[in-house]
Design a protein around this ligand. Structure first.
Ligand code: CAA
Length: 445
């Protein structure tokens, strides 16, 4: 069977940054440790005034195409996943294709274009669509371009304001991929939920605490569903487990839950039993509340064990290094987590070919998806080619007043003229609106 998966990855970050402990926390009157230790964030990325989901997506895609020497004829499909679309009819992929056609010979006239929506899980769903299209033999030898792009802004004063971010991840999905092969097996946890939504509004309505519970509940169901087709998951099976990362503190909770689930009824549970007891079983309790309380106590003890700490530091923590510096990129977030993991492996000289990742995606509203990935031989060259550290180091560091201006400039309800903070070069920029209220773009040298 032909392997299908991610052949190339590129990341494009918004050009501005906000330092959470140093710039945001003092104005909010909060302890900086709430951001660094509690949420697990240092800085977030923001778009400059000439950036938006189209420019960031097109810039990531162009870097990917240039690096791999691709032309539009090589691409049979362009899918954009976003929660930040500004048009209910014309998909963002058409804008991005239009941008790319300004700089390449040829066009994407025969490529199928679309836009995927299911909150943050839509990026993974777009990869699925591409995978299925290739596996069905409909791709005519061409690859799919999947672009996850978002400006994850919250209303000023919303608790989510601390977790904002902006950036794009472009991925080439192809046969015999260089980075990872996707498993056929998948698990889903999906329910009609009202935790985070944008009913025709730019900034989300969020029930923050509820959204965290829903994330964990759906993720657990997805893992159980995945195991029903792929068999039991064990902690030794996976080199890294990248999760959707709205903020690293959320993944800390998901990691602990996952570890507890994976060691249940294994030698590891027996080994730990001398110190923290065995995991509470629902059948042993008269009421759900008593069971929940016992589980909470067990988890509190579990997270303090050396075994758990060692596993977390090796398998989960490396997936969070980019998220700490960029915040939430919604549809791109789990793909940023996978990239962080592989970057960590590259930087520490780890052998990864043939090793497994377990990938946990999540979208509010709500749906989690879990699948496995097998790392392919070309992963090292792909990760080496990323310039994400350079991009992050080059961001303009906003003071609080500038942050407020940038937030206003991107607020669709406000009409704000603001000078750009950075000078664009060799990239697509937003230049204004056309006669039908369409957004216009140009490539600047
Ligand atoms: N030192 C160390 N830790 C501190 C601290 C300090 N001084 N002060 C606070 N903390 C800890 C808190 O204990 C808490 O950690 P625990 O949950 O482990 O106890 C953490 O820092 C955050 O503090 P609060 O809970 O008080 O923070 P908050 O209520 O202001 O906001 C939030 C948290 C509700 C998640 C908010 O950021 C939010 O609404 N975010 C947007 C929604 C979101 O991201 N939900 C995640 C699941 S939904 C999803 O994944 C989809 C998506 O992308 C949006």
């Amino acid at each position: 069977m032909t392997a299908v998966g991610i052949d190339a990855i590129e990341i494009w970050t918004g050009k501005l940054t906000l330092n959470l402990p140093e710039t945001f926390a003092p104005v909010k009157g909060e302890d900086p440790a709430k951001y660094t230790k509690g949420l697990g964030l240092e800085t977030s990325s923001f778009p400059d005034v000439y950036e938006d989901i189209v420019t960031m997506g097109a810039n990531a895609a162009k870097r990917l195409m240039d690096r791999r020497g691709l032309t539009p004829d090589d691409i049979g499909r362009i899918d954009v996943a976003t929660e930040s679309a500004f048009d209910n009819s014309k998909p963002v992929s058409t804008y991005i294709a239009g941008c790319l056609e300004q700089t390449y010979e040829g066009d994407f006239r025969h490529a199928n274009k679309g836009e995927r929506k299911f909150a943050c899980v839509a990026g993974t769903q777009s990869i699925d669509d591409a995978y299925n299209w290739i596996k069905a033999g409909r791709n005519r030898g061409r690859a799919a371009l999947v672009i996850a792009t978002d400006t994850a802004l919250y209303a000023r004063g919303d608790p989510g304001e601390a977790t904002q971010g902006a950036g794009a991840v472009a991925m080439l999905i192809d046969e015999e991929p260089s980075v990872v092969e996707l498993s056929t097996e998948q698990g889903y946890g999906s329910m009609d939920e009202t935790d985070f939504l944008k009913p025709n509004q730019q900034f989300p309505s969020v029930d923050g605490k509820r959204s965290m519970q829903v994330y964990l509940a759906r993720m657990r169901e997805a893992l159980e569903d995945y195991e029903s087709v792929a068999g039991r998951t064990k902690v030794e099976d996976f080199e890294y487990i990248p999760f959707h990362t709205p903020f690293p503190g959320m993944v800390r909770k998901a990691g602990l839950l996952g570890y507890r689930h994976m060691i249940r009824d294994t030698e590891k549970e027996d080994e730990l039993a001398d110190r923290i007891g065995r995991q509470p079983r629902e059948a042993d309790f008269d009421s759900w509340d008593d069971y929940e309380e016992a589980i909470r106590a067990y988890m509190d003890d579990l997270k303090e064990t050396d075994e758990y700490r060692e596993w977390y530091g090796r398998v989960i923590d490396p997936t969070l290094s980019l998220a700490r510096r960029v915040g939430n990129w919604y549809t791109g977030s789990v793909h940023v987590a996978r990239t962080s993991a592989l970057k960590h492996a590259y930087e520490t000289g780890k052998a990864m070919t043939g090793k497994q990742l377990l990938v946990g995606s999540y979208g509010s509203g709500a749906q989690a998806e879990i699948h496995a990935e097998t790392v392919r031989e070309g992963w090292r060259d792909e990760i080496e080619a990323l310039n994400v550290d350079e991009q992050l180091a080059g961001r303009y560091d906003l003071d609080f007043e500038e942050y407020e201006q940038v937030h206003d400039a991107h607020n669709h309800e406000k009409d704000v003229e603001l000078e750009e903070f950075t000078q664009p070069a060799n990239e697509f920029v937003f230049t204004g609106w056309g006669r039908m209220n369409e957004r216009k773009y140009e490539y600047v040298e």
